[in-house]
Design a protein around this ligand. Structure first.
Ligand code: HEC
Length: 217
């Protein structure tokens, strides 16, 4: 009788303990595991320590000098020496064709026309609203003589009041925009040869000003 009582009491205690410990209201612990291999991963978790590696961290930094796939490094510092170097070393790899000019125009209209103007005369929308000082026209002497490499450099780093477009335009897209600007300039020069523009004072002034800024930068 005594033994029976002990067995019954211990059984009840066991069931009671099982009920108490198994009852978890958290939805994160439903009490069953579908994929034990995933729940108890054999692989190291990203943020955990790792005794196999020299710095004891599972998450390793990229190897020094590594670049993301498809990314092209730009080996120029933002200074006047490298600005000058860009003019000598960088050439536009894009061949001007109807298609590449059209693609360049597409990006130009999105990113540049707002200041430089749709036609490139420095009279973009925000300039007309008097929210921003006019950038130099692409058709003044300074801009007509500006090398493609320097244009690329300035699009990469920005210049004066103009910000950098390195994060908006890939290198290829930048060259296409330059192809389009050259196309506008060629058209202008062609038109210029036929009929000389009446007033060049403004563009000469802008050229002098742009050159002065180039010296400061
Ligand atoms: C917010 C207005 C603004 C936008 C947008 C802008 N620019 Fe400019 N840009 C300027 C100004 C202002 C200058 C004159 C900078 C200076 O010389 O101080 C300039 C100068 C330039 C120059 C001459 C750089 C040099 O080396 O002298 C080029 C080329 C140029 N921009 C191209 C572009 C292209 C291409 C885009 C679009 C991807 C663009 N800009 C977008 C305002 C802008």
């Amino acid at each position: 009788m005594m033994l029976k009582h002990i067995i019954r009491t211990s059984f009840m205690a066991l069931v009671g303990a099982a009920i108490v410990t198994s009852c978890d209201t958290s939805p994160d612990h439903p009490g069953y595991i579908y994929f034990p291999d995933m729940t108890y991963s054999q692989a190291y978790e990203t943020m955990t320590p790792n005794e196999l590696l020299a710095d004891s961290q599972t998450q390793q930094l990229a190897v020094y000098g590594a670049i993301p796939r498809g990314f092209q490094p730009f080996h120029y510092e933002n200074n006047i020496t490298d600005y000058a170097r860009s003019a000598e070393e960088l050439t536009n790899p894009i061949e001007a064709s109807e298609e590449t000019i059209e693609e360049g125009k597409y990006f130009y209209d999105i990113y540049c026309a707002i200041c430089h103007g749709e036609g490139g005369e420095g009279n973009g929308h925000i300039v007309e609203l008097e929210k921003f000082p006019a950038p130099p026209s692409y058709f003044n002497d300074y801009m007509l003589a500006l090398e493609d490499g320097k244009m690329f450099f300035s699009i990469h780093y920005g210049k004066g009041l103009m910000g950098s477009y390195a994060s908006q335009l890939t290198q290829e897209e930048r060259w296409k925009v330059i192809t389009y600007i050259n196309h506008l300039q060629d058209e202008y020069v062609g038109a210029d040869a036929e009929e000389a523009p009446a007033d060049t004072t403004e563009s000469t002034e802008a050229a002098a000003e742009a050159e002065a800024t180039a010296m400061i930068n």
